[in-house]
Design a protein. Sequence first.
Length: 276
Amino acid sequence: MKLKKLNNKINYKDFIVKAKIFNVKGSSPNKIDDIILISNDTIFGTIGGGNLEYLVVKEAKILINNKIDKKSLNIPLGPGIGQCCGGYVQIKLSLHKNSSEALKTEKLYDDNIANLYIFGAGHIGQALITKLENINFNIFLIDSREDFLKMTNFNNINYLLSKKPWEIVTRLKDNSYFVILTHSHDYDLKILNEVLKKNFTFLGLIGSKTKRNKFFKRLIENGHNKLLVETIECPIGINIGNSKDPDEIAFSIITRIISIKNNLKVIKNNKIKEII
């Protein structure tokens, strides 16, 4: 599990073991730098579950109960632990006085994690952020209404208040994910107009096919390339029929974003051939 998630979730005051993967060979579901924190009564995070994780937890508790500072494990992913992945995983275990000490040398933010900018803190925006806790993005919720931003307070969400949210788009990182679902069609159009000037990985707009057609016509009239405009996904999310339920819409949007993330393709507004 990524550090940002772990660090925001826990504040454990007793002895705890940090288990960190530092090498992976062959076929394995695990990744270098994945971390799990283990105490005698609690586990924070995961390194893939199954017998591998069971063995790591067992070794971690031996460290805690015997006050052993550190240990390295080399675990083959084969029949010996009931797996057929092949390869092996190497893991460093280290004993710490509390979770803060365990994580203080770790990097909270991964520069390789993409940014997800959600414009609109209404019912769908709120439904989205309640489901994004364990999704691997740096997440920003942006709105012009302070009271809507105060409706939730998640540690892993960056809340941005802007009376004119389209004006901050130029300061946001390129190659990011943009979800547009504000309370105002005028705001939506102005934000889209600015995002289309950037390089982006995903740009989605809440709305119907009628809204899509009207917006696309306006954006093309504003001078944006037709092929680039047509990369905007509207309606946003995977097809879930005619559902109006905010939670179902949120799940459809998250599913679509994850599918894009796992087959990454950056849309460059100055190289239209790359998006055909």
